[in-house]
Design a protein around this ligand. Structure first.
Ligand code: NAD
Ligand code: DAU
Length: 350
């Protein structure tokens, strides 16, 4: 089988390619990636010499380049990960999210429509449902209430992709995954940022009161879910991907601190993210009953292994934190007020 992967140098896309090739699948993979700040070829070092794999550095918004690439490779399926994936960046500068997530998805859909061949797996997010009041969980027919430019752009691209099933008869399936963690995640996201800062003895910036809840799934489980949907998902269907492991942010940060033997005094409560969703919670009964998927990793074991990975790969972390990361960090955190707890004075976030 020939699979074109977009965004395969990012966190989940690279895990997906590594997993596909490691399983000895009879597969050929083309990775279409623009290599933005989030794309890192080091994530693919273990497979870059594999004859079943090749990379094309392209922007998915470049329609002629996408058409050329798909025509030359002639894939049986396109698995679409490429995105501007970070909520905070989408708040600081929304344009890139709209370009890549909405227009880029449109370009891919048009290229596949012209080819009249191949399945399109659109990798989306539980953030499209917005904040869910406890004890509820969103299923695939729940209304969409995105709160950030990022989640709105993903919701828009989901609907666009599904419209191509109805209007043009394309073979599209959509996955909506929960918060994903594991090795090789860029340290702008909560888990790797807290691990990297704790390892350096730097402050741990917790937004608002830290009681927001996220539902954690290990990257390898997420990738197996996407593979199950690629192989057996119904055209036009949406599949939520959750391991049912909700944790409040502050509790997750405390687990990381405890595992690393770091100091809880590093925790700084900082100005909240605008439009911050309080709680994500999704039901993935459809994925389990129709496709037999189960999460293998518990958050306890998966988080411990992830922390060990970051501890063993400090050189990788230092390399991705060089360059534009420092500028981003200053932009996102520099103007936030910071305190060590309720009633405590504000101090600078060093
Ligand atoms: P990431 O930011 O780590 O990687 C994104 C990749 O896309 C990078 O390799 C980047 O170079 C590439 N890219 C960006 N713009 C591009 C463009 N215009 N053309 C070609 N390539 C481009 O993202 P991730 O965390 O691996 O997320 C992958 C997908 O999964 C995204 O669609 C995201 O919305 C979705 N998702 C992520 C999570 C999560 O917790 N990380 C959870 C659910 C769904
Ligand atoms: O739910 C799926 C989504 O999960 C994906 O679609 C996104 O691509 C992915 O980035 C992630 O979005 P979140 O906004 O939930 O992830 P992030 O790691 O940025 O933040 C997780 C939680 O931690 C969120 O409540 C905000 C909080 N947070 C985050 C950072 C970076 C902090 O308190 N401090 C921080 O410094």
């Amino acid at each position: 089988m020939k699979i074109a992967v977009t965004g395969g140098a990012g966190f989940i896309g690279s895990a997906f390619i590594r997993q596909l090739l490691a399983d000895g699948s009879d597969v050929e993979v083309l990775n279409l990636d623009k290599l933005t700040y989030a794309g890192n070829l080091e994530n693919l070092a273990s497979i870059q010499q594999d004859p079943r794999y090749r990379l094309l550095r392209e922007d998915i918004c470049d329609a002629p380049a996408v058409t050329r690439a798909l025509d030359a490779f002639d894939p049986d399926a396109v698995v679409h990960f490429a995105a501007e994936s970070h909520v905070d960046r989408s708040i600081l500068s929304p344009a890139a999210s709209i370009d890549t997530n909405v227009r880029g998805t449109f370009v891919l859909l048009e290229a596949i429509r012209a080819r009249r061949k191949g399945r399109f797996v659109h990798v989306s997010t539980d953030e499209v449902y917005g904040s869910i009041e406890p004890p509820g969980r969103a299923d695939e027919s729940s209304p969409l209430h995105p709160s950030s430019p990022y989640s709105a752009s993903k919701a828009a691209s989901d609907l666009l992709a599904l419209s191509y099933v109805m209007t043009f008869g394309l073979d599209v399936v959509v996955t909506r995954g929960a918060n994903t963690y594991g090795p090789y995640q860029f340290p702008e996201k909560l888990v790797p940022l807290m691990i990297a800062n704790a390892l350096d003895g730097r402050p741990l910036p917790v937004y608002g009161d830290g009681r927001q809840v996220r539902d954690w799934v290990h990257v390898d489980d997420h990738c197996r879910a996407i593979r199950a949907v690629l192989a057996g998902g119904r055209a036009g269907a949406i599949y939520n991907v959750s391991a049912d492991q909700p944790v409040a942010n502050i509790d997750l940060v405390r687990r990381i601190i405890a595992r690393l033997g770091a100091d809880e005094a590093l925790i700084r409560y900082v100005t909240d993210r605008p439009g911050h969703d309080r709680r994500y919670a999704i039901a993935s009964d459809r994925l389990r009953t129709e496709l037999g998927w189960r999460a293998v990793h518990s958050i306890e074991e998966g988080l411990a292994a992830t922390i060990e990975w970051y501890r063993a790969n400090t050189a990788w972390v230092e390399r991705v934190k060089s360059g534009s990361y420092q500028e981003y960090y200053e932009r996102n955190y520099g103007s936030r007020t910071s305190r060590s707890g309720p009633g405590q004075p504000d101090v600078a976030l060093a």
